[in-house]
Design a protein around this ligand. Structure first.
Ligand SMILES: NC(=O)C1=CN([C@@H]2O[C@H](COP(=O)(O)OP(=O)(O)OC[C@H]3O[C@@H](n4cnc5c(N)ncnc54)[C@H](OP(=O)(O)O)[C@@H]3O)[C@@H](O)[C@H]2O)C=CC1
Ligand SMILES: CC[C@](O)(C(C)=O)C(=O)O
Ligand SMILES: [Mg+2]
Ligand SMILES: [Mg+2]
Length: 490
């Protein structure tokens, strides 16, 4: 199998990357009808499998789980997830031949083996679905001609797919039909109904392509979403300890800080997040973010270039073949960081204090969101998709850190995202070493110690104008206009 993207002529690569259209709520008027009465069989019951299945069942659909024999025999977590939630569980042989749609929700590393095992069992004309296009785009998987192949990719961790649905909202979702596999022309109707079933249509659905999803998803998760939050957590914690901040306070400021400050981002973009600071703190955060952007821009470009060229997927697949040696080592290293090992104290931190004492964290989020957005759009990813992959998803990842620090984030995201997160982190920590030498507790841990909050009017106007003029703010305002059901978290 070859990298499918790399086999395409340049004009086709560009056309696929640019494929992305925001779908209006009127396009979902048929709800889940296209899937009513159809058998949906999910393979794997982990982060996405369990949570998507719960939403689809609550939306009135027929969901069951096909697990590998050892998972059933050993009553593994996947078996517990499915059976304790009252789903029918069976082997591939028992359930796949009955399926109208098979949802492949196993880790990307397993896709080739899983698809090769289930394809011969799938009935004529059935549908195979993915939630991430890696197997099709980066590995060139060929699927039987009679099968429809679709993708319904929630732009967030599985835990939040469920949490947002239960709150009455949803998560932005990219849907796509693999053009080589749409023999009956029903792929789009199935993907739309599936997105409604998970609640995605309430947050925004983009009709896109497998290629656009893969090249944007990998970029978002490696950089701002997981890599930047991991790097920021480690650097900010270590700096606070160096500056004499009480460790339990430092741990709490970071663990819950990302969630608190990015809630403001979710509601009103980068502008609103910085508007939560006093005027002097806003100017300070702006300047820090500009400095961070200058330092980190080459790293963001490298990640996007490596994703586009296939270098990233090739090297990750080498690690797969090497028994995940890098992934497992990096995972063990994360468990040993001071931030991870220091429990949060029970000291009260008010919502405003997270902003006032976390100016550097605000600057890191601003820099990361803007850089990821700028890099993705410069590479041909459409602004709406780049917005979901940077700004909208950052708070959803921050929610996982609030639960159980970096452990929870890395356990909840896909193995692919986790690998990319560590790759970024290991490059970004040394890159920011000199920058961090100049950082003091006034921007992380204590807040600015000023007698008055006076600022120069002209400078404040410039900063406010620059914040509002960034292109992520323009597309964000439009997309948030379609998110009437969004619910408050903190
Ligand atoms: N994690 C996330 O939040 C997101 C994931 N995605 C995509 O969703 C897909 C699923 O990822 P994710 O939910 O993280 O996966 P998980 O790592 O949570 O694993 C899912 C399940 O797959 C089963 N599994 C593992 N290996 C095999 C195998 N060889 N054969 C059959 N079953 C297997 C496991 O059960 P057991 O070992 O017990 O058999 C496990 O329950 C991926 O394509 C990912 O990129 C997309 C958006 C976000
Ligand atoms: C965090 C990255 C993601 O793509 C996701 C949750 O959207 C993943 O692969 O886990
Ligand atoms: Mg994603
Ligand atoms: Mg991903």
């Amino acid at each position: 199998m070859a990298n499918y993207f790399n086999t395409l002529p340049l004009r086709e690569q560009l056309a696929q990357l640019a494929k992305c259209r925001f779908m209006y709520s009127s396009e979902f008027a048929d709800g889940v009808d296209a899937l009513k009465g159809k058998k949906m069989v999910v393979i794997g019951c982990g982060a996405q499998g369990l949570n998507q299945g719960l939403n689809l069942r609550d939306s009135g659909l027929d969901v069951s789980y096909a697990l590998r024999p050892e998972a059933i025999a050993q009553k593994r977590q996947s078996w517990k997830n499915a059976s304790e939630n009252g789903f029918v569980v069976g082997t591939y042989e028992e359930l796949i031949p009955t399926a109208d749609i098979v949802l492949n929700l196993t880790p990307d590393k397993q896709h080739t083996a899983v698809v090769n095992a289930v394809m011969p069992l799938m009935k004529e004309g059935a549908c195979l679905s993915y939630s991430h296009g890696f197997n099709i785009v980066e590995e060139g998987m060929q699927v039987r001609d009679d099968l429809t192949v679709i993708m319904v990719a929630p732009k967030c961790p599985g835990s939040e797919v469920r949490a947002e649905y239960v709150r009455g909202f949803g998560v932005p979702t990219l849907i796509a039909v693999h053009e080589a596999n749409d023999p009956k022309g029903e792929g789009l109707a199935l993907a739309k109904a599936y997105a409604v079933g998970t609640g995605g249509h309430k947050a925004g659905v983009l009709m896109s392509s497998f290629i656009a999803e893969v090249k944007s998803d990998l970029m978002g998760e490696q950089t701002i979403l997981c890599g930047m939050l991991q790097t920021g957590s480690i650097l900010c914690f270590d700096k606070m300890i160096e500056e004499g901040i009480e460790p339990g306070y430092a741990s709490k400021l970071i663990q819950y800080g990302w969630e608190n400050i990015t809630e403001a981002l979710k509601y009103g973009g980068v502008t609103n997040m910085l508007d939560r600071l006093s005027n002097p703190a806003k100017i300070k955060a702006f300047d820090l973010a500009e400095e961070l952007k200058d330092i980190m821009r080459p790293l963001y470009n490298k990640h996007q270039d490596d994703i586009m060229s296939g270098h990233f997927s090739r090297t990750m697949m080498e690690d797969w073949a090497n028994d995940d040696a890098n992934l497992l080592k990096w995972r063990a290293d994360t468990a040993e960081t001071n931030f991870e090992k220091t429990p949060a104290s029970d000291v009260e931190i008010s919502e405003q204090e997270f902003f006032d004492n976390g100016i550097l964290m605000v600057a890191m989020v601003k820099a990361g969101v803007e850089l990821a957005f700028e890099t993705m759009t410069a590479a041909g990813i459409i602004a709406e998709s780049a917005y979901y992959e940077s700004l909208h998803e950052t708070p959803l990842i921050a929610n996982t850190i609030a639960r159980k620090k970096l452990y929870e984030m890395n356990a909840t995201i896909s193995d692919t995202a986790e690998y990319g997160c560590y790759l970024y982190n290991h490059a970004c920590v040394p890159l920011l070493a000199d920058f961090m030498k100049g950082i003091k507790s006034d921007v992380i841990g204590k807040g600015l110690d000023l007698d008055d909050n006076g600022v120069d009017n002209a400078r404040l106007i410039d900063v406010n104008d620059a914040l509002r003029a960034h292109p992520v703010e323009a597309v964000g305002a439009v997309l948030r206009g379609h998110m009437a059901d969004m619910k408050k978290i903190v």
